[in-house]
Design a protein around this ligand. Structure first.
Ligand code: DGL
Length: 271
């Protein structure tokens, strides 16, 4: 048993899709979340910058004596995979568990991946899927505008701007006749109802946040590192605009979190 917190980070609030799953699956766990809201988005940046941010985010979480780290960010998971491997505590991203879920779900072997530009450029999901199923065909599409739409809370099912943007991004994947779509960015599950309506029910959506939370549970259980307490707590740290984070976090988690959101000194990231 290990009552130290689980550390979770993302470039902003997309990683809350992982927190939501963790709260459902592991209610005893304490969670320390870091949202790098001062530097979001990561997905439009160079690989070197994303790796540096990944290392700094992990260092910040380790200051809180976390027992494991979850990179709840498709971009940090894809581009910063080596940085995660080098951590002194177990650190996982969203790629492997999500690829596994997609490989299990597909019937035709035609899998779509949507993510940030940086994620799509690495082909990390495609590589992981083909390692599991060499015959799979993976079709990737960068959807950078989705990140801003989610960060601004434009996620209502009837939001005309978001629907029009999604139709444009998904059109090549529909032409490719995918039967499974990986939402390879942790912001995107918030758009799932819109994506599902456009794609139709024959396409299975795979939520990278959900897959990563499941993988974290397995990892902690296999090492006898689950917490024993009855009610875990959540602390949220951000590098800018705590109130904006709290407002959207409330939509994600279905409860008020403003009192638990703390603004960090950005110097803590580079020290
Ligand atoms: N949450 C990030 C991801 O999963 C996307 C947002 C960003 O570009 O920083 O890739």
């Amino acid at each position: 048993m290990d009552s130290r917190p689980i550390g979770v980070f993302d470039s902003g609030l997309g990683g809350l899709t992982v927190v939501r799953r963790l709260l459902e699956e592991l209610p005893n766990e304490n969670i320390v979340y870091f949202g790098d809201t001062g530097r979001v988005p990561y997905g439009t940046r160079s690989p070197d910058t994303i790796k540096r941010y990944t290392a700094e985010d992990c260092r910040f979480l380790r200051r809180h004596d976390v027992k494991m780290i979850i990179a709840a960010c498709g971009t940090a998971s894809s581009v910063g995979a080596q940085v995660l491997k080098a951590q002194s505590v177990p650190a996982i991203g969203v790629v492997d568990a999500t690829a596994k879920a997609a490989a299990l779900a597909t019937r035709s072997g035609r899998i779509g991946v949507i993510g940030t530009a940086a994620t799509v450029q690495t082909d990390a999901f495609g590589i992981a899927i083909r390692a599991l199923n060499p015959d799979a065909q993976v079709f990737s599409q960068a959807c950078p505008l989705f990140v801003s739409l989610v960060e601004n809370g434009w996620i209502a099912e009837d939001d005309e701007v978001t629907i029009a943007t999604a139709k444009r991004y998904l059109s090549p994947l529909m032409d490719a006749q995918i039967d499974t779509l990986i939402m390879g960015c942790t912001h995107f599950p918030l758009l799932a109802p819109i994506l599902q309506t456009i794609l139709g029910n024959a396409v299975t959506l795979i939520d990278s946040g959900s897959a990563a939370a499941g993988a974290a549970k397995e990892l902690l259980a296999s090492r006898d590192m689950l917490a024993e307490r009855e009610n875990g707590s959540c602390r949220f740290f951000v590098s800018d605009t705590p109130q904006g984070f709290a407002n959207v976090a409330k939509m994600f988690l279905g409860r008020e979190v403003a009192a638990d959101v703390e603004l960090i000194d950005p110097a803590l990231l580079s020290e």
